[in-house]
Design a protein around this ligand. Structure first.
Ligand code: NAD
Length: 325
């Protein structure tokens, strides 16, 4: 699988994952179907979905349209989805992926990730879907006593049954990765984490790579995605990442956009990227990362912007400090 999405990343079982995909978080149900269809036309092959994004049936209809028109075959696509926190108990894992598969109109996903390493009290699918963080709408977040090992073993069963061609982890710190590796019969293929120049995560990316776990970087544009949900820093001293002078200067040097430089910076570090965009111009722009390369020095200069700024932190919105140390 190598096309406009660049050289693919080979996962530990030999399957290939496109280096660039389209993120589906906060894509409205009204536009998701057409966005997926247009993105396939533009050359996207990987779609990063999740139960929690609440738009999987619309994503599925966009995929179905592209398949029915013969734009691509199922094998050309790489579809990622994620197990939500309320389905961590052994008996809830397969029903969760079955609902996702039904919505996507597929009989397997290429990658199924455990969205967060924290189990929440079960909300039956027929009661509320997607259930989000709170046990009851507007109520508190209630955790459930489910060890991650139980969830991972149920994920392995999905792999055995061919419902997920790869299984992986997300939002997981190093210590827990080492723990998973002690019992995993099927080791995680991918770690999906927030990575951008304000949150470089050198050690976590290196740890994953050294254990044969591919890394997908999310929120590559840093604060950009969080502005619309009032989760980005404000104040005159904060510089939005896409507007940072150094990024703009490096972009000018390579005749690329700041967004392309940020994506390419992650790619240079061996990460896959899944930028989200609804604009046809930006969709093309975000895919066009393989006709230039950043020098090692420029990668270092961008990495020096690191300020350990974590934007997607359940401590802030769900009172669960999974990154506390
Ligand atoms: P992102 O970094 O992709 O930023 C999206 C924002 O950047 C949007 O506002 C978009 O309009 C803007 N943008 C896109 N292309 C641009 C361009 N070329 N120039 C200027 N602006 C541009 O942020 P994201 O959506 O948070 O992350 C990408 C994907 O990662 C998500 O859609 C989702 O699929 C995944 N994700 C996963 C998790 C997880 O917990 N595993 C968490 C967050 C995001």
């Amino acid at each position: 699988m190598s096309s406009s999405t660049g050289p693919a990343i080979t996962l530990r079982n030999g399957l290939k994952m496109p280096t660039v995909g389209l993120g589906m978080w906060k894509v409205s149900r009204a536009t998701a179907s057409d966005q997926v269809y247009q993105a396939i036309k533009a050359g996207y092959r990987l779609f990063d979905c999740a139960c929690d994004y609440g738009n999987e049936s619309e994503v599925g209809s966009g995929i179905a349209r592209a398949l029915s028109e013969g734009l691509v075959t199922r094998k050309d696509l790489f579809i990622t989805s994620k197990l939500w926190c309320t389905y961590h108990r052994r008996e809830h894992v397969e029903p969760a992926i079955q609902r996702t598969l039904q919505d996507l109109g597929l009989d397997y996903v290429d990658l199924y990730l455990v969205h967060f390493p924290i189990a929440l009290k079960h909300v039956p699918i027929e009661q509320r879907y997607p259930p989000e963080w709170s046990y009851e709408v507007g109520g508190p977040v209630i955790t459930d006593n489910v060890p991650y090992q139980e969830t991972w073993q149920a994920m392995e069963c999905l792999f055995d049954k061919g419902l997920a061609k790869n299984i992986g982890i997300s939002n997981m710190p190093g210590a827990l990765i080492y723990d998973v590796l002690t019992y995993a019969r099927i080791k995680p293929a991918v770690l999906q984490i927030e990575v951008h120049p304000y949150l470089v995560r050198e050690q976590l990316v290196s740890l994953a790579h050294s254990e044969g776990i591919a890394v997908t970087a999310y929120s590559s544009f840093g604060d950009t995605s969080y502005q619309e949900i009032n989760m980005a820093p404000t104040g005159s001293e904060f510089k939005p990442l896409l507007k940072y002078e150094l990024v703009a200067d490096i972009a000018a040097k390579y005749a690329k956009s700041p967004a392309q430089v940020l994506l390419r910076w992650a790619v240079e570090r061996g990460c896959a990227v899944i930028p989200k965009s609804s604009s046809p111009t930006r969709l093309r722009e975000n895919l066009s990362l393989f006709d230039f390369a950043l020098s090692a020095d420029d990668v270092q200069r961008i990495s020096a912007l690191d300020r350990n700024l974590r934007l997607n932190d359940p401590a802030k919105y769900a009172k669960r400090a999974i990154w506390a140390s």
